[in-house]
Design a protein around this ligand. Structure first.
Ligand code: PGA
Length: 231
């Protein structure tokens, strides 16, 4: 059974209190409870990764510390500084979040568009993440987006599909995933853009798609749990 990465990107949403309530509801949802109690679960291949704003990481990490290790749930960031810790006002260095998160989403199209992030900057961020032991999840917008060296997880996210309610054609997404795996030797390719509980299985059942990156539908605990269950 292939490994599936089910990544929730909260973007700039939720207060500490809201994040706390989400996690209580999520960990108590029937699917997560089932995953937790069923040791023989076929769903051992599923890796759940929640990527909240930086501010929420300590609270969520604290809540997860006490969970049963059987729940395959980790935290990630939505960005990381290209610099090491030091005099870089407003930045969060990878070394500062190690211990709180394991993954870092890099190069999301919103960061490229709203903050002018370039492929070169994204490559520097990938290096900084890896140096501190964080696993980068690099977002690409098509076959031609450059991918930094040694990146193991890539999310194909066509811009028009993000937050629009118009996901990419699953066969097209599969075609891109196959290209990235075969021609660019990326071990894991995820699809992102308007993924919901209703459409997730169409993507995750494709042979070259190893999971999904979910924005809007990851904000609600029951909808995210249903996506994980149906993936
Ligand atoms: P969406 O966002 O699921 O709300 O379309 C996906 C993303 O931007 O990662």
């Amino acid at each position: 059974m292939k490994k599936l990465f089910l990544v929730g990107n909260w973007k700039s949403h939720k207060t500490v209190q809201e994040a706390h309530s989400f996690m209580i509801a999520f960990l108590n949802s029937s699917f997560i409870e089932w995953l937790h109690t069923n040791e023989e679960s076929n769903d051992k291949s599923k890796r759940i990764i929640i990527c909240p704003p930086f501010l929420l990481l300590p609270e969520l990490a604290r809540m997860l510390e006490h969970r049963d290790a059987k729940i395959p749930l980790d935290l990630g960031t939505q960005d990381i500084s290209p610099f090491p810790a030091g005099s870089h006002t407003g930045e969060v260095a990878a070394s500062e979040i190690v211990g709180l998160a394991k993954y870092a989403i890099l190069g999301h199209s919103e960061r490229r568009k709203e903050f002018g992030e370039t492929d070169e900057l994204i490559s520097q961020k990938a290096t900084a993440a890896r140096k501190s032991g964080l696993e980068p999840i690099v977002c690409v917008q098509g076959k031609n987006t450059p991918i930094p060296e040694d990146v193991k997880i890539v999310a194909y996210e066509p811009i028009d599909a993000i937050g629009s309610g118009h996901p990419d054609n699953p066969d097209h997404a599969e075609d891109i995933a196959a290209f990235l795996k075969e021609k660019k030797h990326i071990p894991y390719v995820l699809y992102g853009g308007s993924v919901t509980a209703e459409n997730v299985a169409v993507y995750t059942s494709k042979p070259h798609i190893d999971g999904v990156l979910v924005g809007g539908a990851s904000l609600d605990p029951s909808s995210f749990a249903e996506i994980i269950q149906r993936a």
